[in-house]
Each structure stands twice: as C-alpha cells, then as structure tokens.
Design a protein around this ligand. Sequence first.
Ligand code: ADP
Length: 399
Amino acid sequence: MKILVLNAGSSSLKYQLFNMETAEVLAKGLCERIGAGGAVTHKRPNAQPYTEETELADHGVALSRVLSLLCSDQYGVIKSIDEIGAVGHRVAHGGEQLKESSVITESVVKYLETIVPINPLHGPPAIAGIKACLKLMPTLTQVAVFDTSFYSDIEDFRYIYPIPYEFYENDKIRRYGFHGTSHRYVSAELAKILGKPIEELKIITCHLGNGSSITAVDGGKAIDTSMGFTPQEGIAMGTRSGSIDPTVVTYLMKTKGYTANEVEDILNKKSGLLGISGLSNDCRNITEAANAGNKRAELAVKILANGIKKHIGAYAAEMNGLDAVVFTAGIGENQWNIREKVCENMSYLGIEIDFDKNRNFTRGIPFDISKEGAKVATWIIPTDEEYMIAIDTQRLATK
Ligand code: ADP
C-alpha cells in the first residue's frame, strides 16, 4: 500500500509518499510561501531535487501541484493518484476528545474546528490541508494523527494546572503535550532495538529541536511531558522561553506597557537560545560561539542542558526508576556537546555515557552511547514522525 503523509503549516505543506511494503520513501517535498507567492521542492531517492517557483494561492492549489508532481512523467513516482491507498495528516492538536489517531469524518473536522481557539496557529492550516484533500480525493481514506494523543492516558494530577478548576472545566486549560508522535516512535524503536517488551521499560525521551519536549514513557504509555497547554511550556527552546514564573508576563505588561500579543511574541519568538545569547536560535551557532568564548552563548548552552537534566531527574522520580534515555530531533541527534552536558554527573541515576562514543557517533541511525555496564541505556534514535503517521494510517485504512 502507498500512503501519502501530509503536514500542513500556516504557509507550508510538507509531504512524503511511502511504499509500506518496503518502508521506503518514494518521494517527499515541501511547498512553501503558500498564499504569498509559492515554491515547491520535490525530492526522490537517487535523483536531483526538483524545485519550482509557482503561484500557490492556498493549500488546495499546493496539494494539486504535489499530486501532479507525484504522477508526472518526468518527476513522478506513481502513474495516477489511484495508486495512493490512504492519506495521513499530521494534526498537532486533538483536544480532549480525539484521544487516538482517527479516520477523518465530518464530525472529526467539526470537532477540530471547535478547538481552533486553543490551537490557533496549527489548527487552521491542518484543517485546510484536510479539506483540500477531501475535495481532491473524496473517496480515499484520510486519517488524522495527533501530536497530543500519546498523552491521552496521562493522569489528571499531572495535566491539571493548579489554578481555579473552572478554567479547566469551562475553558479546557490543561496540559495537552506535543511531539507525541515522535516520542511514541522513538520509545517503540528503542524497545525493538533492546529486544524487550515496551511494557517492561521506563524510558525518558528527549525530543530536542527548534521546539523541544521531554516525555516520561512508562510501559509504553506517556505518563508526563514537559510541554503543556501549548508548546511554550517546558525547557528553553530555539526562540521560546519554556517555563518561567508567570508573573514575569504580568510584570512586563504592567511596567513596560506591553500588550498580551507583544509579550507572547517576546516569549515565543525572541526568547530561548536566541534571547539568552542575543545571537541565534540555532544550537549549532550557539555551540560554535560558546566554544569561541562567547559568555552568553555559553550561558544558553548551560541553561538548555540544565533544563533537560532537571526533567530527566523529575521523570525518573515520577516513574520510580529508569531503564533508558533517548535523544532525538535536530539537537538530540546531532549535538554531542548538549548530550554530554546533560549526561555528565548523572551516575546517581544510573546514567553513564561513553564520552568517545557520544562524540564519534554515527549520524542517521540508532546509536548506543551508554558506557559499558551502565545501569541505564542511553541512545540516539533518529525520529521519523512521518513514518509513524503512515503506519497509523495504514492500520486504520485496512481495518
Ligand atoms: P524543528 O523543531 O524545526 O523540527 P529540528 O529538529 O530540525 O527542529 O532541530 C533544529 C535544531 O537542531 C537547531 O537548533 C540546529 O542547530 C540543531 N542541529 C544541530 N545539528 C544539526 C544538523 N546536522 N541538522 C539539523 N539540525 C541540527
């Protein structure tokens, strides 16, 4: 079966076409600047990437262009869209009701529309992508895979914020958690690699990218996670502050006259690694600057690593034990300096890494960085959210 996976952003549409029999990516690409010009990059294995500038008025136009590229004589990988068995959509937020990956029906779309107020950035483009697909391929099974659904079993004392309870009841303000598809994928991969049933493992997964989150996975289920009501909570990120004293927000508004939108902009787009260093949101640049002696870049690295360390400690306590730690995503997979800083002086918890292996790791494959005899296994596992979405889509489409 061939599965098309779509990930719609506000002005972008990422796609990957999988052959599920061989677990191969047949083609993948990105439509950018939707609604404001437009460009497509289309890639196939062993072929030069194809790029074009073309008017992409909306997600529907972008999707049509993707489908025609997938089927084209010159750049295509299938003869017609009839070869696509199902479409999987990445949807960041499934609210409280959509607790698992779901076949898309009218009522699913309606529910997603009702939760746009708590998901204002990612909700509308995801819905636009789904609607475009329903219009262009109305008979095809479409599946929504939610970043939040991995957290649907988290217990209330971990998702309720200690604020007046009616804000939860009336306004649905609670921890939802994000990046669930990635945490689910890497924890399942690790169990496979270790050859142990996931039900017997206590794993902490660290998804460290531009946005970062850490999840405690006990017996295959997420029991706690660092992101909350929005992807703003948790550790310091590329441009997001992560958790701070909430009074900082009101203090800034009162003393500086900032509006709510302005403070949100500061905390979302001008904080984190960028805010601390004043240099860049990119961990590679920060690392380089820190190595060259830039004090604020050094501070940014310390704050990031310490945030990760604190969460690992907290989650080991919550799970009453720890078998494995996984690093994934851009920073987790590539930045050995961050992994080293996080894992040093953690032997009390059983985390001991081999510093040589950690520095001389092989990119792009699961890689064991544990020290010989360490109680806790520490691994780098490349994430693959799209493949996880394709697996769920195939399962539901063939049910
Ligand atoms: P996003 O959350 O946007 O998906 P990524 O997972 O691509 O983010 O991670 C981006 C971060 O990973 C950046 O801080 C970047 O510096 C860091 N990084 C370090 N090395 C690499 C690399 N080789 N490729 C991609 N990102 C890297």
